[in-house]
Design a protein around this ligand. Structure first.
Ligand code: S3P
Length: 174
């Protein structure tokens, strides 16, 4: 069975929705950020601080390679996985790709109390969110299934994704 691959900006619900899909469909879940942290024995904030973003992107690419070899998994990804087209090609080999979306205002509301996202540290996070979203918009838009989450609950988003996944996985009618 194909993987369910969740992509999208920080705070769009990839982890929460991924966990719920994994419970409902009894599929194991992996997360590329967790793979990076486990394989390198370092949290992402520290990797950014010590070695910078480019270095992190190489580790992230290695994590994507690893995750994309699985089948029948829910794969939750870091928000910047789309920055390398190669990552999307790898994930597509065994997976159905979903891009979770939300407005910048909603994203800020969801992540404003978290301190573990290095790209949003410092003054004026709402501006950083708007700017990053804009620079990545083209890459996010290329993903086949676009799922708007701004006014939806985790359960609604989960059910929408499961519905698409199940119809894509069912054999064609005679
Ligand atoms: C990043 C998103 C983060 C994490 C890293 C970089 C990004 O993951 O990979 O901080 O570039 O958007 P989440 O989307 O899970 O927060």
């Amino acid at each position: 069975m194909l993987n369910i691959v969740l992509l999208g900006f920080m705070g769009t619900g990839k982890t929460s929705v991924g966990q719920r899909i994994s419970e409902k469909l009894q599929m194991s879940m992996v997360d590329t950020d967790t793979i990076v942290e486990t394989d390198n024995q370092m949290i992402i904030g520290k990797i950014f601080d010590r070695y910078g973003e480019d270095y992190f992107r190489n580790l992230e690419n290695a994590a994507v390679r690893k995750a994309s070899k699985y089948t029948n998994h829910v794969i939750s990804t870091g928000g910047g996985v789309v920055l390398r087209a190669e990552n999307l090609n790898l994930l597509q080999e065994n997976g159905l790709l979903f891009c979770l979306k939300a407005t910048p205002e909603e994203i800020f509301e969801r992540i404003k109390d978290d301190s573990h996202r290095p790209l949003l540290k410092g003054p004026n996070p709402p501006n950083k969110i708007r700017h990053l979203l804009q620079t990545r918009q083209v890459q996010y838009q290329r993903i086949e299934h676009q799922i708007e989450t701004t006014n939806s609950s985790i359960e609604e988003v989960t059910n929408q994704i499961i519905g698409i996944y199940q119809s894509a996985s069912s054999p064609p009618q005679p």
